[in-house]
Design a protein around this ligand. Structure first.
Ligand code: SF4
Ligand code: F3S
Ligand code: FES
Length: 259
């Protein structure tokens, strides 16, 4: 492929205040030789080796399985290790920048800890009583098929990064984001789980803020059908719980009896 130009986001040198790390930055241009089979992470490593030894990039597996190397390539949220150079136009510079949705730490590395905090708020798995005295349950594969899809999530947070509710409107305090809705779905739709998360989905996780744009589904490297298989069925459960006329009558009646 020959020599390719990259524009990589570099943050300005930090002060001694950790909170201010990554506050400002700019694109810096690098050129490096690209050969057949290389992915963007290979190019970044090559640049690190030759021109920018202090360039920060997070990665672990280089196999699309750890979810560490999330970034934006030519403005699109992608895994650096799964994006082939041969799939990118190289007649103009390839831009690489950190995910926009989360605070920058240094160069391509972002602080994604908010996602884990939001996940911690979700009610834990609560199984029904075991079916057998030895503490085990019976489950059919067909009952578990649906949640197995959600368990493929590698927590790359690309879906969070692309969702306009977080990306454009920064509603992190009101919306848990598609990744955490997938996590909710993996618990809510688990055949053994008896917890009810519908009120939290509405009030705490802000599921109503999702207007089904499906951008999250389009970027998921694990091809999880986030919107159709997780979010929409959860929305339906929330609607049944809060807007079902019979359930509303029952709640009104209960309230009256309590007052
Ligand atoms: Fe990444 Fe997909 Fe999980 Fe979102 S649902 S964090 S895009 S693997
Ligand atoms: Fe956001 Fe996905 Fe809904 S991108 S608006 S969570 S469908
Ligand atoms: Fe693990 Fe890219 S390095 S997903």
């Amino acid at each position: 492929m020959g020599e390719v130009t990259f524009k990589i986001w570099r943050t300005n040198p930090s002060t001694d205040n950790v909170e201010s790390l990554g506050g400002t930055g700019q694109f810096q241009e690098y050129r490096t030789d690209i050969s057949e089979g290389m992915v963007v992470l290979d190019a970044v490593h090559q640049i690190q080796e030759t021109d920018a030894t202090d360039l920060a990039v997070r990665w672990n597996c280089k196999a699309g399985k750890c979810g560490s190397c999330s970034a934006e390539i030519n403005g699109h949220p992608k895994l650096l290790c799964m994006t082939r150079m041969s799939d990118l136009p190289v007649d103009k510079p390839v831009t690489i920048e950190p995910m926009k949705c989360f605070p920058s730490i240094k160069d391509l590395v972002t602080d994604v800890s908010w996602n884990y905090k939001a996940k911690k708020q979700i009610k834990k798995f609560k199984p029904r009583k075991p079916d057998h005295p030895d503490g085990t349950w019976n489950m059919a594969q067909e009952d578990i098929d649906r949640v197995q899809e959600f368990r493929k999530c590698i927590e790359c947070f690309l879906c969070q990064d692309v969702c306009h509710v977080l990306r454009e409107h920064s509603m992190h305090d009101q919306f848990a984001g598609p990744r955490n809705l997938v996590y909710n779905a993996s618990l809510e739709m688990h055949p053994l789980d008896i917890e009810d998360r519908r009120e939290d989905l509405k009030k705490q996780d802000g599921i109503g803020l999702c207007n089904i744009t499906k951008c999250c589904t389009n970027v998921c490297p694990e091809n999880i059908t986030i919107t159709d298989n997780a979010i929409i069925p959860l929305k339906e459960r929330v609607a049944d719980r809060f807007y079902d006329p019979i359930f509303r009558l029952f709640r009104l009646h209960k309230k009256e009896r309590q007052s």
